[in-house]
Ligand binder design. Sequence first.
Ligand code: HEM
Length: 147
Amino acid sequence: TKDKELIRGSWESLGKNKVPHGVVMFSRLFELDPALLNLFHYGTNCDSTQDRLASPEFLEHVTKVMLVIDAAVSHLDDLHSLEDFLLNLGKKHQAVGVRTQSFAAVGESLLYMLQCSLGPAYTAPLRQAWLNMYSIVVAVMSRGYAE
Ligand code: HEM
């Protein structure tokens, strides 16, 4: 369908540079909700936001998130095949103290990153297509969280 074409077409280039795009996304997230920075563990409590954004823990997580998005894009035709993985992922986030409301902020940050990277190619239908896919991912993660 059209949604899938829009998502695949836009991810084709972004997916080649996952980490830099993921950094844009999470920098936005921490702007929206700075307290989320504290969920990652760092050497001291006094590191600046700048230090934290450059830390291996943060960059590894960014990479993990981008790989999940990449998996969702490659499984657009059978997203349910990711169900067990996503249920478990939701459970893990409960264990590390992330609240499910924060997943919505990640969605906003994802759209922000797409807007920055795609420029004029960021259209209303494209935005909606990504939002639809991300909402499915988050719905399954939230279900796993609650279980
Ligand atoms: C693991 C935080 C959202 C994917 C983790 C961990 C933390 C964390 C603290 C454990 C440490 C680590 O493995 O780096 C957060 C925060 C989020 C968030 C604060 C914002 C609300 C997401 C989203 C995804 C994701 C939206 C994917 C769509 C992962 C993956 C792992 C992970 C794949 C590794 C799980 C494993 O160990 O098997 N996250 N996370 N995270 N996160 Fe997130």
